[in-house]
Design a protein around this ligand. Structure first.
Ligand code: NAG
Ligand code: NAG
Ligand code: NAG
Ligand code: NAG
Ligand code: NAG
Ligand code: NAG
Ligand code: NAG
Length: 618
């Protein structure tokens, strides 16, 4: 676990063992970093802690350096120009096993043969894959030298000085296998098979480089950190208004061409023809404009204009939707001849890596208050009807919303997501479901008194106490989507910062806690991953897209390529240095640690808060 494989670029740095003895110590050395986040034109303070867990190893370390680097990674899988996927045909054997079926399947559904189609996911005549890692910068400094005594844990301070440059924030994305990956079965579970795919990740990670006395060098992961980009103060706020038409989410699943999903959309179209449905247009006004600051409220009004068709509006919800646009992957795919790639290029993100996610770590023992994590996005919902077709809302922009930022491989965007529930008639529901038992129940309910409906509501999980139950409307509901563009600012700073992809800019530098700051120029290095490794991750041919046979019944399905080498896997592993730093500050506040202390066994650099001059390299 401790001897880390540092991805594509560090391999050259590894030196061979000259003396087998110190190898036994590799697993005995541990490294931690606690440190403030990085910011433009800012000095962040931090501390490195080294602990050696075996006495006879504690004198075998010659020196320890600390390295901080920004790595970026992206990978893509796309259909080669002109390639055609095998057709999924009706199976010869239509006798179904006892456990045949899936959510939404019907007793007399056709059995399909997916074997050729599934096998094609590993066919390099059909698919192309590419993965690339870019080391934006790397900075390193010696923090322990001359064979220090590690018979007890040692802590030493350091600083990281950042020039007036905005580097990208590190944003959490969902699991690799889920993000942008369409290896979905009919109801959204992820299997080993991957079709079109786009993924990217970046990370700021600390590595303790340990030199043993026998000349061996070992990299230990010591945690990760984040960068907080800044924005110029907003000059003026102007009301913003936006008109947008609601659509059935056109997610990539409609393009997947699986026979089962084709059947479902054909039934929908037969029972509820698109051209007869009402058209809903949202007119959104934001009093203070669509440029928003994290932590501030966003106030607005949405009015829904509807045409007179076969569907009626019933409820609307408003929420923040954070997306990552995979622009590098999309460009690879499009130039490679895959014209339908673009719907693959978005993935949901979770918010910046931030201590705001970790309130639990700071709760006192007697504090039983509720906490929420940033995974619970604020949203609000309310009824909209033809008689009252508008909804006023106010939402707090979460502190963990990533600021809009375009990095080398991808960009982060936040939009205001609108979801409109519209109802169709019971007749249409019967047509779609092929049965009318619910329609009969609906009729019964419609005829009953208000108090009977309220009583009924007490026996329904989704109805508020004292409210009459709605007829089983959820079965007759379509959820339509629309989005409103937002611009999310970084932390406000009067001091301008350059965007990091502008050529010739300086990069951050790590230093012992004293001395002048001289920023080196950035020299990004980009290396393509060997094709064999990318293929091992993305070109697997085990598993099936057949929703009736997805292995869920047998209880084993996997995340794609999880056991394969992955350059980006270690990016945000280990402790988040900012969280450990805040723990130190809170411990000082509460008298658990002596105030201003840099911890036990300080090696050097008492004046950690001293002045540092910024010196720019010409
Ligand atoms: C490629 O994969 C092999 C294991 O299959 C691994 O040992 C090697 O380090 C990987 N190469 C790179 C450059 O990541
Ligand atoms: C340290 O000592 C233990 C026993 O005390 C021994 O098992 C181990 O191999 C020694 N390690 C080294 C690197 O000498
Ligand atoms: C095909 O036939 C065999 C035996 O007749 C049966 O066990 C199997 O479940 C059938 N169906 C499928 C979908 O494989
Ligand atoms: C650690 O060892 C490497 C290789 O022997 C050497 O290049 C480097 O300067 C050493 N670092 C320190 C801090 O002594
Ligand atoms: C939106 O639509 C309304 C009603 O049709 C219209 O009055 C308004 O000017 C439109 N706003 C924008 C920004 O297009
Ligand atoms: C459209 O409106 C007219 C008059 O308001 C009404 O009679 C008719 O039923 C409506 N059509 C539909 C499809 O709702
Ligand atoms: C792209 O999508 C269109 C429409 O769904 C389809 O006709 C076409 O064959 C697709 N092309 C590729 C390369 O998949």
């Amino acid at each position: 676990m401790l001897l880390v494989v540092t991805g594509l670029l560090a391999a050259a740095a590894a030196s061979l063992a000259r003396n087998p003895d110190s190898k036994d110590c590799d697993d005995r050395v541990q490294a931690w970093v606690r440190a403030e986040d990085l910011r433009p034109a800012h000095i962040s303070h931090g501390e490195l802690r080294i602990k050696v867990n075996q006495e006879n190893c504690s004198h075998r370390i010659d020196s320890v350096s600390l390295r901080l680097q920004l790595d970026e990674f992206s990978e893509v899988k796309y259909l080669r120009r002109g390639a055609v996927l095998p057709e999924i045909r009706k199976a010869e054997n239509q006798t179904r096993p006892a456990d045949f079926g899936y959510w939404g399947s019907k007793p007399n559904d056709v059995v399909y043969d997916y074997s050729e189609y599934d096998k094609a996911m590993g066919d390099s005549n059909i698919w192309a894959v590419k993965a690339e890692e870019r080391r934006a910068w790397s900075t390193e400094t010696i923090l322990f030298e001359n064979n220090p005594d590690f018979s007890r844990a040692m802590v030493t301070p350091f600083i990281v000085a950042a020039p007036a440059v905005n580097y990208p924030p590190s944003v959490e994305v969902g699991l690799r296998a889920i993000s942008g990956n369409t290896a979905m079965s009919g109801h959204g579970l992820t299997l080993d098979l991957i079709r079109r795919h786009a993924y990217s990740q970046l990370g700021y990670h600390y590595i303790a480089v340990v030199n043993f006395t026998d000349g061996r060098m070992v990299d230990l992961p010591a945690g990760h950190t984040n960068f907080v980009p800044t924005s110029a103060p907003l000059q003026e706020r102007r009301p913003f208004s936006w008109n947008t038409t609601f659509t059935v989410e056109d997610g990539c699943r409609n393009h997947d061409n699986l026979p089962q999903s084709g059947e479902r959309s054909a039934t929908m179209e037969r029972c509820l023809p698109e051209e007869l449905r009402s058209v809903f247009v949202a007119e959104v006004t934001l009093d203070e404009g669509n440029v928003v600051q994290r932590g501030q409220p966003l106030k607005g009004k949405v009015t829904v204009h509807a045409t007179n068709g076969s569907t009626t509006m019933s409820e609307i919800s408003v929420s923040f939707t954070m997306t990552r646009i995979q622009h590098w992957a999309t460009e690879q795919a499009t130039t490679g001849g895959d014209d339908n790639f673009s719907c693959q290029s978005e993935s949901r993100t979770h918010g910046v890596i931030s201590i705001d996610d970790s309130h639990y770590a700071f709760r006192k023992e007697d504090d039983n208050s509720v906490w929420t994590s940033s995974f619970h996005y604020p949203s609000c919902r309310g009824p909209v009807t033809p008689a009252r077709p508008y909804f006023d809302f106010e939402l707090k922009v979460p502190e963990t919303t990533p600021p809009d930022f375009s990095s080398y491989y991808s960009s982060e965007e936040t939009v205001l997501g609108l979801e409109l529930s519209v109802l169709y008639s019971s007749d249409v529901a019967v047509c779609i479901d092929g049965i009318d038992k619910y329609a009969a129940l609906d009729d019964e309910l419609e005829k009953s008194t208000d108090s009977a409906k309220t009583e009924e509501g007490l026996w329904d999980s989704y109805t508020r106490v004292g409210q009459p139950i709605h007829t089983s409307q959820w079965r007759r509901t379509l959820r339509l989507k629309a989005t409103v563009p937002l611009v999310v600012l970084g932390d406000i700073s009067a001091r301008p910062a350059e965007h990091y992809l502008k050529p010739g800019l300086p990069s951050p530098v790590i230093l012992p806690a004293q001395g002048d700051v001289v920023f080196p120029a950035v020299h990004p290095v980009t290396i393509e991953e060997p094709l064999a490794n990318t293929s091992a991750r993305l070109m697997r041919a085990e598993g099936t897209f057949d929703p009736s046979n997805s292995g869920i019944h047998s209880g084993h399905w996997h995340m794609g390529g999880r056991d394969q080498p992955d350059p980006s896997r270690h990016y945000n592993q280990g402790n988040y240095a900012g969280l450990l730093w805040k723990k130190k500050l809170v411990a000082e506040e509460r008298g658990i640690l002596p105030a201003q202390s840099a911890g036990a066994g300080v090696a050097h650099g008492e004046n950690a808060d001293g002045q540092h001059r910024f010196v720019m390299i010409p």
